[in-house]
Write a protein that binds this ligand. Structure first.
Ligand code: MRU
Length: 355
């Protein structure tokens, strides 16, 4: 089982300790969450981010709420409502809260606190196991390419879908860590992922793990794909609809289009908590629009080593900041899940009980 270099979240008594991802890649800091508001703020402000980690944090947030505010029906309903409204696109949030509600609603208030911590821990462990299995199934794809020709297997990814985004090895980066462990040489092309630059988190992870990687500007991806300087693309997902349409970090769709034009394989890696069989297609997936200041500013490190925001344009400049886009199923070669890899349109074959 993959061991996270620093746990993305861990329970410490009646608190939840998280790795503050807004400080990365400049500073490695943890924060102790003690209340429902702390947990909701952590998700909203992206101190925790990445679909599976958002779900696991929300589950622990329910436990924090019941400890702090009492475990009666009103407190439980309030916690589920507040946490459910934090971010709209990653379905893992709603999956985790529904799982908590199913377990907790039938219990007496006296039994709920213990059960809430236990279920949140089960969700954490479920995600870690899913990441490992995704790593094994994705490894088969990488190993097949490595067997065909010498040299490193060149994987392009987008955003951060590594261990930082989950409770385990990650989704899109799990096959890369599995390949490294299997002695297969890989090289990862990481796109910056403006405006929140989650690609820098992938670069930070890969550097620490000793995996060869190259950071590219988002707009350089098309050229690399057109020239076949990449063997395959693997990204994560925030919500996969029943027909295989997939919401992921904005910019994913353009990579899928360029990969299709270059006749290169494009894979999505996602655990069961990201699959929403009750959602017919991508048109009904809500897309989060985030604060305009995320685009007007850029975060970096000063010469004196301090980090901060630099203003690119004045506040008067009109901005649109959709945080996700939809990649249609017909552009996706396959979806790598903990149960194996399926064509996007054939996902139901792996989860017959869910349809
Ligand atoms: O806005 P974020 O940073 O929460 O978005 C994260 C992504 O889009 C990831 O690619 C996705 O959640 C996959 S996570 C394993």
């Amino acid at each position: 089982m993959f061991e996270q270099p620093i746990p993305t979240l861990r329970r410490d008594g009646d608190t939840l300790v998280i790795l503050d991802q807004t400080a990365l890649p400049f500073r490695t800091e943890t924060i102790s969450l003690r209340s429902l508001n702390d947990a909701a703020h952590a998700i909203r402000s992206m101190q925790v981010r990445g679909a599976p980690l958002i779900g696991a944090t929300a589950a622990h947030g329910v436990a924090l709420a019941l400890v702090q505010d009492g475990a009666g029906d009103q407190s439980l309903r309030h916690a589920l409502q507040v946490l459910g409204a934090t971010r709209p696109t990653a379905v893992n949030l709603h999956w985790a809260l529904a799982r908590m509600a199913r377990v907790l609603h039938p219990l007496t208030p006296a039994a709920r606190v213990h059960a809430a911590w236990a279920e949140a821990e089960a969700i954490r462990a479920d995600d870690a196991a899913s990441c490992d299995a995704i790593g094994r199934h994705g490894l088969a794809l990488i190993a097949a390419i490595a067997a065909r020709r010498p040299g490193p297997v060149r994987v392009m990814t987008h955003c951060n879908a590594g261990w930082l985004a989950t409770c385990g090895a990650g989704t899109a980066l799990a096959p890369i860590y599995a390949a490294q462990a299997a002695g297969i040489e890989v090289e990862v092309f990481v796109s910056e992922t403006r405006p929140r630059n989650q690609g820098l988190l992938s670069a930070w992870e890969l550097r620490a793990a000793g995996v060869a990687h190259t950071l590219i500007a988002d707009n350089a991806a098309g050229l690399l794909l057109m020239r076949a300087e990449v063997d395959l693309v693997i990204t994560g997902a925030d919500r996969v609809a029943a027909n295989g349409d997939t919401a992921n970090k904005v910019g994913t769709y353009l990579k899928a289009l360029a990969a299709r034009a270059a006749e290169l394989p494009f894979y999505i890696a996602a655990p069961h908590s990201t699959l929403e069989f009750s959602c017919a297609n991508g048109a009904s997936i809500p897309i989060e629009n985030r604060d305009a200041e995320e685009v007007r500013l850029i975060r970096g490190m000063n010469a004196d080593g301090g980090d901060g925001d630099l203003r690119l344009v004045p506040t008067e400049t009109q901005v649109l900041n959709p945080a996700f886009d939809i990649t249609p199923a017909n552009l996706i070669t396959g979806i790598i899940t903990e149960r194996g890899t399926a064509p996007a349109a054939g996902l139901a074959g792996l989860y017959p009980e869910a349809v």
